[in-house]
Design a binder for this molecule. Structure first.
Ligand code: ZN
Length: 164
């Protein structure tokens, strides 16, 4: 069981299951874990216009407060919007006996299955599969946001779609 409490990450489970290896692996991925699990607390239904508003706000902050060029501000804002999408759309829980949620293989020597808080429980992913799994989730989020009509890289007010 892995939980977020503010910036702290709480790992809870049978002591024998929490090997130093697992604890170390979880610690190195703390930031990602926090990003992924914190959102479960405030899950809600966002519509296309909510996503556009979130993206616009993040981009404006980067551009005006951060002093970044618009293109760079939008790029970073879109990455933040993807993170937010993943927060609100967590993966479903999995059974560790079914193996890694990314590759489907069982636990391997030196490549532990790590529990990640997921919708309705925990999802289990190999230590080594973490990065490609996250990348795949972000690709999925990117596609979902673009098909929801988020406009990235368009001059303000030109061809912006109204709410659908
Ligand atoms: Zn795997």
């Amino acid at each position: 069981m892995v939980e977020a409490e503010g910036e702290r990450l709480i790992i809870d489970g049978p002591t024998r299951a929490l090997t130093d290896e697992i604890v170390a692996a979880v610690q190195t991925k703390k930031a990602d874990l926090l990003q992924l699990i914190r959102p479960l607390e405030d899950r809600q239904c966002w519509h296309a216009e909510d996503w556009q508003a979130y993206f616009d706000e993040r981009a404006a902050i980067r551009e005006h407060d951060g002093g970044l060029p618009r293109v760079e501000a939008e790029h970073l804002a879109f990455e933040e919007t993807i993170t937010q999408w993943l927060r609100l759309n967590p993966d479903p829980a999995s059974d560790p006996r079914c193996g890694c949620v990314h590759c489907g293989l069982p636990e391997q020597p030196g490549n532990s299955l790590l529990p990640v808080l997921a919708l309705g429980g925990q999802a289990w992913v190999h230590d080594w599969c973490w990065a490609p799994w996250m990348a795949a989730l972000r690709d999925e989020a990117r596609d979902a946001l673009l098909s929801a009509g988020i406009q990235v890289g368009h001059p303000r007010g030109s061809c912006r779609r109204r709410s659908r």
